[in-house]
Write a protein that binds this ligand. Structure first.
Ligand code: MZP
Length: 497
């Protein structure tokens, strides 16, 4: 083994793609971003294929059930963070699995003994005019009726009148049983000119509402990533300590893929964890492992049975591991090294192991570089933390809107097991920071923009699939002098005079 690897540690900004011949078929609408998540033998297909090559980071500030639903509806996959109790994590997984497009759990609920003023206040808080009236004011309790705040003048809404005097009781509503399809629900809504249809269970508890206004939105998700029962797919992070308890509960909750979450995955603890899961569940559950930065570690984890491998040490936007410990490798060099080993392994065994580039995506084009260098998909934290759907709070600082974004190795997340190397160390040190990212609104439009940029680059390169991008495209290093030309230069931007 050479003492010093004879190549520099490079990052994505040091590469550019060389355009290939663009034929008339290479238009964005013909380009597919589908990619395998789990290993497969040549000629077969992966147990799970992502519709877009994006997964979200196993982080408290990124992957909760809300982001997981939004991302799966766009065709990607979230790995729900594991630095929470097993029960809380399983509940998030269940919420994603139980999500039914168009069926909304009511977020505005009161009892008949609340006042009209309470209803008015609640409606202002939630921005929703329809309030569910239930026996105890909880969303899934005995359903008594609804109150539509928009039906009343302000004098009544500001009064102490009881809701019991004004609400529409269940006897005057059209109510349908749980199990009705979205198509059927929409038909009832249109036939009866309803604003909203109430759905109850066999004991008359409220299950959900279907709103007329959501109809157009629902037709907007052609890429949804769903399982064979048409439920959204979701992943979850696990660790090498409590996996014997955590994994069975996550599987019971319906998780589609697991990923061991660690800053350094080249360990016997990871091999043991994978081997245990494979012994217990065979190939019924997908298990990813990492993070690693070279071919030796790739072989080690693949030999233990990993279904995909995650690459990246120290390149994350919030990460200070390289500063603190002096370990890691430039993200581009890591992807190249692991992709080379993956290709060798494919030649030897006929088995393709997907690899994920995790962290360090600062600009949209870095994603395309990562994919062209050999990654099958990318994991991103900073990118997703900016959206409405992520768990961080929205704050305004010095006139700018920002979202909180904190590292798993920060004192805030206290996910020390991600960095744990066994033993009984009392002391921990931070490997990540607690900070902010610029707020970017809702996930859907921003993601659409990113995908269009990737497809547009693929079109320039003359490729129609990510496999072609990995295998047929040329890249070049860029010098620090030419990096200057990567953006506008030698002119002054209007407005900055
Ligand atoms: P980024 O997309 O924000 O650049 O990087 C996200 C990735 O950073 C995560 O997926 C994870 O691998 C890594 N991460 C999370 N916490 C830390 C830390 O505390 C970290 N150092 O490196």
């Amino acid at each position: 083994m050479e003492k010093i690897i004879n190549e520099e540690s490079r990052t994505f900004s040091e590469y550019l793609l060389i355009p290939g011949l663009t034929k008339k078929i290479h238009i964005p609408s013909n380009i597919s971003l589908k990619t395998p998540l789990a290993k497969f033998s040549k000629g077969k297909s992966s147990a799970l294929t992502l519709n877009i090559p994006f997964v979200s980071s196993i982080m408290q500030a990124v992957s909760n059930d809300k982001l997981a639903i939004a991302l799966a509806r766009e065709g990607g996959l979230s790995f729900i963070y594991g630095s929470q109790s097993i029960e809380e994590q399983a509940l998030m997984v269940k919420k994603v699995k139980n999500f039914k497009a168009g069926f909304v759990t009511s977020d505005s609920n009161l009892t008949i003994n609340s006042s009209m003023k309470d209803a008015y206040q609640l409606s202002k808080q939630t921005g929703h005019s329809i309030i569910a009236i239930t026996s105890d004011g909880k969303p899934n309790s005995k359903f008594l009726g609804t109150l539509d705040v928009s039906d009343f003048p302000v004098e009544i809404l500001n009064s102490t009148d009881l809701i019991s005097e004004h609400y529409t009781p269940i006897t005057k509503l059209i109510v349908k049983p749980e199990g009705i399809s979205l198509k059927e629900a929409n038909e009832v809504i249109y036939k009866n000119k309803l604003k909203c249809l109430s759905i109850t269970d066999k004991d008359s508890n409220l299950v959900s509402f279907v709103f007329k206004k959501d109809r157009d939105l629902r037709q907007n998700f052609p890429n949804e990533l769903v399982d064979n029962k048409k439920r959204l797919c979701v992943g979850a992070g696990i660790n090498t300590k409590d996996y014997k308890e955590r994994v069975p509960i996550l599987i019971e909750a319906g998780v589609n893929a697991l990923c061991i979450d660690s800053s350094d995955g080249y360990t016997e603890w990871q091999a043991e964890t994978i081997e245990w899961i494979k012994e217990e569940y065979g190939d019924d559950i997908i298990v990813g492992a990492g993070n690693i930065v070279d071919g030796r570690a790739f072989r080690y984890l693949v030999n233990a049975g990993a279904d995909f491998i995650k690459i990246g040490i120290g390149g994350g936007s919030i990460c200070i591991t390289r500063d603190q410990k002096g370990i890691g490798r430039g993200q581009a060099s890591s992807v190249i090294a692991v992709a080379n080993e993956r290709d060798k392994y494919l030649n030897e065994t006929g088995i393709y192991i997907p690899i994920c580039s995790d962290g360090g995506i600062a600009l949209d084009y870095h994603i395309t570089i990562a994919l062209a260098l050999g990654a099958d998909f990318v994991m991103m934290g900073r990118y997703f933390a900016r959206f409405d759907e992520s768990p961080g709070k929205l704050v305004k600082i010095n006139g700018s809107f920002l979202k909180e974004y904190w590292a798993e190795g920060s004192n805030r997340a206290r996910n020390w097991q991600r960095y744990d190397l066994g033993g009984k160390e009392e002391l921990s040190f931070e490997e990540g920071i607690d900070g902010f990212v610029p707020y970017a609104g809702s996930l859907k439009p921003e993601l659409a923009g990113t995908m269009l940029k990737i497809k547009s680059t693929m079109s320039n390169c003359g490729v129609l699939s990510l496999e072609e991008l990995r295998t047929n495209v040329q890249l070049t290093y860029i010098s620090s002098m030419s990096l200057r030309e990567n953006t506008f230069h030698d002119v002054q931007l209007k407005g900055s005079e």
